[in-house]
Write a protein that binds this ligand. Structure first.
Ligand SMILES: Nc1ncnc2c1ncn2[C@@H]1O[C@H](COP(=O)(O)OP(=O)(O)OP(=O)(O)O)[C@@H](O)[C@H]1O
Length: 282
């Protein structure tokens, strides 16, 4: 469990990125921070692994204040995936994935063997292991980024707009794959995006943020879709950019499945699937 207690972040130039933020992120669930640019999502994420330290308040992981942890150790114990994949350009895919385990003391051959298994896990062919990152597509690079973040078998995975730079079709694939992986691995995932559709597809808990890290609403996708807290949320999840009005549709013949459909009645996802594993993409 990750807990934010009264967390404020003021940067030296006076910008208050986050003000008195309080939230519990349950273990083994996916929490998605969603909001428009500059609302404080990345700042919140980076305070979890101490890339940024709060000005006030505490962040606890399983009841231990991260401020009491060694920064380097803490960072290595938490997986981190970035939009620009963050891969080392002069290292082959296999060695990118093996980097952290080797730093933590695993032998190179063991780490490489484990890296190949991780490539399987994230749906990449092992034949790509000896390529350099520039020889991969954007979507493949992001999969390597996920494999690398999982290499030290962290309990927590931080993901900062990891699928933001790939085209929409690849992005859909990556979302489906992440949901599949999460069902298998059960990590505590904290995911940042400005895309509400992505949030609904991935999240157990959606946190809609306004400027200054102010929480507009927290809930499951179904709760938020069914009862937006206010006009801000309603417009954020619906008519935003004139795009489409997402809403819920109960289908009697679907054993309790609830479809998320867009303004044209086109299904975009399923909530509360029969096996109880939450949201999946159509
Ligand atoms: N190092 C810094 N110094 C001063 N202000 C900063 C710094 N980093 C972030 N900010 C400001 O803090 C606020 C929150 O930034 P943050 O990057 O957390 O937002 P975000 O929601 O992740 O935005 P985006 O979606 O554009 O990445 C913004 O106003 C930003 O300009």
């Amino acid at each position: 469990m990750i807990e934010f207690r009264g967390v404020t972040k003021r940067f030296p130039d006076g910008t208050e990125a986050v003000a008195d933020f309080n939230l519990v992120l349950p273990s083994r669930k996916t929490t998605v921070f969603v909001g428009s640019s500059g609302c404080g999502k990345t700042t919140l994420l980076r305070m979890i692994n101490r890339m940024i330290d709060p000005t006030e308040g505490q962040i606890l992981i399983d009841d231990v204040d991260v401020a009491s942890r060694n920064k380097v150790e803490l960072r290595r114990s938490i997986g981190y995936v970035l939009q620009a994949s963050g891969l080392l350009p002069h290292r082959k895919v296999i060695d990118n994935v093996a980097t952290v385990p080797v730093l933590l003391g695993t032998s190179k051959s063991e780490a490489r063997a484990a890296a190949l298994e991780l490539l399987d896990k994230v749906g990449l062919d092992r034949s790509l292991a000896h390529r350099y990152p520039r020889q991969l597509s954007g979507g493949q690079q992001q999969r390597v980024g996920v494999a690398r973040a999982l290499a030290s078998d962290p309990n927590i995975l931080l993901m900062d707009e990891p699928f933001g730079a790939v085209d929409p079709i690849v992005r859909d694939d990556l979302q489906v794959e992440l949901n599949r992986l999460q069902r298998e691995l059960g990590k505590t995932i904290v995911f940042v995006t400005h895309d509400i559709d992505e949030a609904f597809v991935l999240a157990d808990q959606v946190v809609i943020l306004k400027k200054g890290g102010v929480i507009a609403q927290v809930g499951t996708p179904a709760e938020i879709l069914a009862a937006p807290a206010d006009d801000f949320v309603a417009s954020f999840i619906g008519a935003e950019k004139g795009k489409r009005a997402l809403h819920l549709q109960q289908r009697a013949d679907d054993k309790g499945l609830t479809l998320v459909v867009d303004g044209d009645g086109r299904p975009v996802g399923v909530l509360g699937s029969a096996d109880g594993t939450g949201t999946s993409s159509s």
